[in-house]
Design a protein. Structure first.
Length: 262
């Protein structure tokens, strides 16, 4: 089979880097898109090319439709196809309702929602041509669990959930599946300050009693964009260790500890 061509936005840092490398390891030609961090981009390129020599990194501002169109066209012209899109790029900032400005709100939605929409619009023509496509969008646990200070972020991710389900229906006739992965607290540089500030409290609400890793998220994404996931579409799947799935999961650990001590 000809190698699949994959695009990962926000693909050179944290969880995105882990996704890009995992997809390259699975045998895909991966283009990891980034905006400005040249150091992490070169590191990602080196890691991907260990498994897939044709993989590369490209700069792209996903909030700019022209930038998206230019990069996608470049990849499409090289390979004549785009098979996989992972919409991973996003911004995560706390801002309380009294402090929200138009500039802040627009920045969050332009990257988190419009950026994903622009990428889908640009990649779909290539997928339609081959009657095959896999799209995985980054949602979040915040799309359904409200969190103080995350009005704009949560709303942008809730919008992704609706777009995912709608796009799954609209694109199904072309052999394109669309799903979302919804991370809980994945320990990356983007969430490091939050974990430092309130991690001791939050980890007690996670059934598995640990924060997630980029590899945890990458494993789910790799399945969703694989040929084996051909009958999975329109789903928002959590990768959160059981965060908020049950109240006080720590009680189970205390029970087991007490039982084993007898």
């Amino acid at each position: 089979m000809e190698k699949r061509v994959a695009i990962v936005t926000g693909g050179t840092r944290g969880m995105g880097q882990d996704i890009s490398v995992a997809l390259a390891k699975a045998g895909n030609i991966v283009y990891a898109l980034y905006r400005s961090d040249e150091k992490s981009a070169m590191e990602t390129k080196q890691k991907m090319q260990v498994f897939s020599e044709e993989s590369d990194v490209l700069t792209c501002n996903v909030a700019d439709k022209a930038s998206v169109g230019e990069v996608v066209s470049k990849i499409g012209n090289i390979h004549g196809r785009i098979d996989i899109l992972v919409n991973n790029a996003g911004v995560f900032d706390f801002c309380f309702i009294e402090d929200i400005t138009d500039e802040y709100f627009d920045r969050v939605f332009n990257v988190n929602f419009k950026g994903q929409l622009y990428m889908i619009q640009a990649c779909v023509p290539y997928m339609k041509k081959h009657k095959y496509g896999r799209i995985a969008n980054a949602s979040s646990i915040s799309s359904s669990f409200a969190d103080c200070g995350l009005i704009a972020y949560g709303a942008s991710k809730a919008s992704i959930d609706i777009m995912t389900k709608t796009a799954a229906g609209e694109l199904a006739p072309y052999g394109i599946t669309v799903n979302s992965y919804a991370p809980g607290i994945i320990h990356t540089d983007m969430t490091d300050s939050m974990i430092t500030e309130r991690g001791d409290t939050q980890v007690k609400q996670i059934a598995l009693q640990r924060f997630g890793t980029g590899e945890d998220a990458a494993a789910l994404v790799c399945f969703l964009v694989s040929p084996q996931a051909g009958y999975v579409t329109g789903e928002i799947i959590g990768v959160d260790g059981g965060f908020f799935k049950v109240q006080n999961p720590i009680r189970a650990y205390e029970y087991v500890k007490e039982k084993n001590s007898k």
